[in-house]
Ligand binder design. Structure first.
Ligand code: ADP
Length: 454
C-alpha cells in the first residue's frame, strides 16, 4: 500500500516538476494532472491484466507485477492452489469410498428423490439384473417389478427389510434377496440388498426338520397313549395284557431309536472334525459290525440271510472309531432290514489303484430306483415309508452315514438296480489310511485271510 502511494506521489510530482522545468508554473499544474492520469492508466492496465489472468483460470505463472496487484495475484494463486489440493483430496476420498462400496458383498443402490437410480455397485447390478451404465436414471420400480417391492417402496415404512425373489430366480434354483430402503438427504434413498437364498433354504430345512421330528414322535406316542388308555379302562386277561405291553415296548423302542439317531446327528454337526490322532483298524470295524448284523438278522427273523464279511485287511483309518462304526452299522443294518430272508449281504474292503480304500456293503435286496438315489441321504427321505417303519427305520440312517463320510474326507457311492440289489461304498482318501504295524516285528502286519460269515 505504501509503495502504491509513494509511486503515485513520485509519478505525479515527477510530471509536475518536469512541466515546471520546461514551461513554468502553469505547466507544472498540467504535469501534475497528466502524471496522475498516467499513473491511473498504468494501474488500470495492471488491474485489467490481473482480471484476465483470473478469468483464464490463473493457470500461468504468478504475474510479475509488484505492489497491490502483485500481492493480490499471488494470494489468489495460493488460495486457488489450496482449493485444488482440497478438491483432489476430496475426489480421492470419494473414489476410495466408492471402491469400498463396489467391493461390498451387499448390493448398494443410490436413488434420487424421484426414485431414479443414480449409482449402483456391481453386486446390486448382478442381484437385480440391471446394467450399472444403461439403467442409470431409470425408475427403480420399473426395473424391480416385484409387487411386494413396489408396495414397500411406496408405503414409506422402511423400518424392516423385505424378502423378494431375485429376477433370475427359477423354480429349480430359487434366489431370495432381502432388500432394505434407508431414506437420507432430501427425499433420497439408499437401497441395500443381500442374497439370503442359503439362509432361507436353511430356515426352510429347519422348519421341515421340526415338522418331521414332531410327526415321527407323535405317531408312536399316539399308539402308546391308546394302549395306556386301553389298559386303564378295559378289563383284559393276562394274555392280552402281555401282548399290549409287547406292542407298547416296540413303540417306546422306536422313539428311543429316533432320539438316539437325532442325538447322533446333532453330535456330528456340533463336534470338531476328526483329525489323524485316532486310528481304527478296519478289522475291528468289520468284527463289531458282523456281531451287530447277526444280532439284528436274528431279531428280525432273518437268520437265514447269508451275511459275509470279506478278509479283514491290515489297514487303519484315521478318524473317530465311534463315527466309523456308526456309519458302517447303519449300512449293514439297512442291508439286513431291506434284504428278504435267504438273501445275501457282503461287506468288503478293497484297496483302489489310486491309493484310496473302499469299504462296501452289497446286498441282494429289492434295489432302489434311480430317481431316488440322489435324495437317499436327505433326513427322513424314504423310498418306501411303510417298509422303513415296519423294519424299525427312522429315516435318518443314511443322513448319519453321509455326515460321517464327509467328516472323514471320504465319499459315499451308491449303486443299485431294482430287483437285483444295492451296493453302498465308502471311499476313504489315501491320506487317511495306513498299514497296521505289527508290534512284534515293527513291520506292516499281513492281512487277515479268514472271512467272517454269519
Ligand atoms: P431308514 O431308517 O428308513 O432305513 P435310511 O436313511 O437308512 O432310513 O435310508 C433311507 C431309505 O433308503 C430307506 O427308507 C430305504 O427306502 C432306502 N434304502 C436304504 N438302504 C437300502 C437298501 N440296502 N436296500 C433298499 N433300500 C434301501
Amino acid at each position: 500500500m505504501t509503495w502504491r502511494f509513494v509511486s503515485f506521489l513520485v509519478g505525479q510530482l515527477g510530471a509536475g516538476l518536469l512541466g515546471w522545468w520546461l514551461a513554468g508554473d502553469r505547466a507544472a499544474a498540467l504535469g501534475l494532472v497528466v502524471g496522475g492520469v498516467l499513473w491511473l492508466a498504468l494501474d488500470s492496465w495492471r488491474g485489467a491484466q490481473m482480471l484476465r489472468w483470473l478469468r483464464q483460470g490463473a493457470d500461468f505463472a504468478v504475474l510479475p507485477a509488484r505492489g497491490l496487484w502483485g500481492e493480490a495475484s499471488s494470494r489468489a494463486q495460493r488460495a486457488l492452489r489450496l482449493r485444488e489440493l482440497e478438491t483432489a483430496d476430496a475426489r480421492r476420498r470419494l473414489e476410495e469410498f466408492l471402491s469400498a462400496i463396489r467391493t461390498s458383498p451387499n448390493g448398494v443402490v443410490l436413488l434420487d428423490a424421484q426414485g431414479r437410480i443414480e449409482w449402483c455397485n456391481q453386486t446390486a447390478a448382478d442381484q437385480f439384473g440391471i446394467d450399472p451404465q444403461r439403467d442409470l436414471m431409470q425408475q427403480v420400480t420399473n426395473l424391480l417389478r416385484d409387487p411386494a417391492f413396489a408396495a414397500y417402496f411406496y408405503s414409506g415404512n422402511f423400518g424392516r427389510d423385505i424378502v423378494i425373489p431375485g429376477p433370475r430366480s427359477l423354480a429349480s434354483r430359487p434366489v431370495k434377496l432381502a432388500v432394505h430402503l434407508h431414506p437420507y438427504g432430501e427425499g433420497r434413498k439408499l437401497l441395500l440388498s443381500r442374497d439370503v437364498t442359503v439362509l432361507e433354504q436353511a430356515e426352510a430345512m429347519r422348519r421341515d426338520f421340526v415338522a418331521n421330528v414332531s410327526h415321527e414322535i407323535r405317531t408312536p406316542l399316539t399308539v402308546l397313549t391308546g394302549f395306556v388308555e386301553t389298559l386303564q379302562t378295559l378289563p383284559l386277561d393276562e394274555e392280552e395284557r402281555r401282548r399290549y405291553l409287547v406292542l407298547m415296548a416296540q413303540q417306546a423302542h422306536r422313539m428311543q431309536t429316533l432320539v438316539g439317531d437325532l442325538l447322533t446327528l446333532s453330535r456330528l454337526e456340533g463336534s470338531p472334525l476328526p483329525g489323524a490322532v485316532e486310528w481304527t483298524t478296519v478289522a475291528e470295524l468289520m468284527t463289531q459290525c458282523a456281531q451287530e448284523g447277526q444280532a439284528l438278522a436274528k431279531a428280525v427273523d432273518k437268520s437265514s440271510q447269508q451275511l459275509r464279511f470279506g478278509a479283514a485287511p491290515a489297514v487303519e483309518i484315521a478318524g473317530s472309531s465311534r463315527e466309523l462304526l456308526s456309519a458302517l452299522s447303519n449300512l449293514v443294518s439297512n442291508a439286513v432290514r431291506y434284504t428278504p430272508a435267504h438273501g445275501t449281504i457282503e461287506v468288503q474292503w478293497r484297496a483302489l489303484a489310486d491309493g484310496r480304500g473302499e469299504l462296501s456293503v452289497r446286498d441282494s435286496g429289492p434295489g432302489i430306483a434311480p430317481e431316488h438315489l440322489s435324495r437317499l441321504t436327505e433326513r427322513f427321505y424314504r423310498v418306501d415309508r411303510s417298509r422303513s417303519r415296519e423294519t424299525g427305520g427312522t429315516g435318518l440312517g443314511l443322513a448319519i452315514v453321509k455326515h460321517v463320510v464327509q467328516r472323514h474326507g471320504a465319499e459315499l457311492a451308491i449303486d443299485s438296480t431294482p430287483g437285483l440289489g444295492s451296493t453302498f461304498a465308502i471311499r476313504f482318501p489315501a491320506s487317511r489310511l495306513r498299514a497296521v504295524v505289527s508290534p512284534a516285528t515293527g513291520m506292516p502286519a499281513p492281512p487277515a485271510t479268514e472271512s467272517l460269515e454269519g
